[in-house]
Each structure stands twice: as C-alpha cells, then as structure tokens.
Design a protein around this ligand. Structure first.
Ligand code: PXL
Length: 279
C-alpha cells in the first residue's frame, strides 16, 4: 500500500516545540501552516516569543521552564502525538527540559532543527552548541543543521560537499538516526542546484533541488523540519520523508518568489497548494 495516499479517518498529530515569529515567517507559525498543509493536526509548545518582521528580530523572551513543561504535559498526556519537531530553544535550560521528555521516550519521531541564528543574523540560542549535540543528538530521528549551524555545532569550518558529508558523519556519531546537512547557505549561490547531504542508516545520499531565485527565504528551515515531522506522522519512511520535505520547500520558495510582504527577506509560502473547499 502506498502509505502517502492512505485514507486517514482522522488526522495524525504532530507537535512543534519552537519560538513564535510575530511576522509569521518562521517558527511556530511556519510549522503550524506546514502541518495543516499536510493535513496533520498541529499542536504546539511555545518556547519563546520573538518580536520580528522581515527586517529582523527587535526583541525576544524565553518562556519559563515550568510553563514549557506544562505545555508539554498538556499536549503529551492527551494527544496521540506521532511526530515532534524542535526549533528555537533559546538556551541550555529549555534544551535540558526538552531532552528530559525525550529521554523519558515521550517525543516520538523527533526532528531536531538546531536553530542558532536567523537568516537576518540574529542569535536565537545563547547556550552551548556542544550541549545541543550531547542532549538531543542521541534522541533525534533526524538532525537538520544548515551550514552555519553545522559549523557552530562542530566548532569547525564546513565548506563544500565533501566537508558536508564529513560533517554529517561527525554529527551522526552523537546518535541521531539521520543527519541532513543543508547546503542552501553555501557560498556558491550562483550554482543552479542546492545540494543537501543526508546520512541515514549508514548511507550517504545527495539530495539536489533547483535553486529558486528569490529573496523570500524566511522560514525555509522551519518549513523543512516540520514537513519532515508531518511526513513521519503520516508514516512515510525516513528517507522519503526527508526527500519529499525538501521538494515541498522548493515549491514553497517558488510559490512566494515574487511576494513583497515586507521590505526584507519575506516568508516562503508554507502552505502552498492547500485549497479550502469553502473558497
Ligand atoms: O529559522 C529559524 C527560526 C526559528 N524560530 C524562530 C525564528 C527563526 C528565524 O527567524 O524566528 C522563532
């Protein structure tokens, strides 16, 4: 049976543990749009509130550990959560809170987007990058760093495809089942393709997609990670979930390529292709 086309009597449930982006480009807002477009019910644990638009972040505040735990308990004690995505965790305290739930086997199909900085250059993680790997690496089904995050996590330069493969292998030693190192922030922005490398179950794959010429790339990482989580909730096999999510992000970039929603890099179209029967 083709699982992707299976009829679901009710939607599977996914959970995002992430920060709020007031501009609706990234974070919780991107994740919930993406879940909805996949017809997956989205639940959310808010870790931080950012005041932000297409030009950047003007203020940010983490949510207290107790309120994050209360949100996690509220969702996990009532909903049959099938997949989880983590985004902005802000610092070591919330990293440890989330890791504790993972260690208690309460975060199935965990997609870890190790959010460190925004595309506009604002820092979203004040903690120790090495702690990220130590805490969430062993719990992750898939870890999805971009080049900047891979450099910060490993504390060394990552440039070019050979380095990316090397980085994926090095990150995999921390325990995730798969590592996707995303090449979209690569120096060679003139090349026609964006190549990501996926290390999964001991195999290395290159995932290529056409480069979309647009300045609207805000939320690509969040959309990718939440599309992987949605597809895992829909029981896609891991490699297919990752490859399908990458194609989904390419379409999200294409669909928003001409938008002018702000004066800076605008959001991708997280829920492209979604049509309401009521419209
Ligand atoms: O793309 C990483 C990211 C994650 N979470 C929040 C963000 C961003 C980038 O802007 O704002 C809340």
């Amino acid at each position: 049976m083709n699982r992707a086309r299976r009829e679901w009597p009710q939607p599977p449930v996914a959970l995002t543990i992430a920060g709020s982006d007031s501009g609706g480009g990234a974070g919780i807002q991107a994740d919930l749009h993406t879940f909805a477009a996949h017809r997956v019910h989205g639940t959310s644990v808010v870790t931080a509130i950012t005041a932000q638009n297409t030009r950047g972040v003007t203020a940010a505040q983490s949510i207290g550990a107790d309120l994050v735990r209360a949100q996690l308990d509220a969702v996990l004690t009532d909903f049959p959560v099938a997949a989880v995505k983590t985004g902005m965790l802000g610092g070591d305290e919330l990293l440890a809170v989330v890791a504790a739930y993972g260690q208690a086997d309460r975060l199935p199909n965990l997609v870890v987007d190790p959010v460190m900085v925004t595309t506009t250059g604002d820092s979203l993680f004040a903690g120790d990058p090495a702690a990220y790997l130590g805490e969430l690496g062993p719990l992750a089904t898939v870890l999805t760093p971009n080049l900047v995050e891979a450099r910060q996590l490993l504390g060394r330069d990552v440039d070019g495809l050979d380095d990316m493969r090397e980085a994926a292998r090095a990150l995999a030693t921390y325990g995730p089942r798969a590592v996707l190192v995303k090449g979209g922030h690569g120096a060679d922005t003139r090349s026609a393709a964006v190549v990501d490398v996926l290390w999964c179950d001991g195999q290395m794959l290159d995932l290529a997609a056409p480069r979309v010429a647009t300045r609207n790339d805000h939320g690509t990482g969040c959309t990718l990670a939440s599309a992987i989580a949605a597809r895992l909730a829909l029981e896609h096999p891991l490699t297919q979930a990752v490859a399908g999510a990458k194609a989904y992000v390419t379409e999200a970039l294409r669909a928003a390529a001409e938008w002018r929603l702000g004066t800076g890099p605008g959001p991708v179209h997280h829920h492209h292709g979604r049509k309401s029967a009521a419209l």
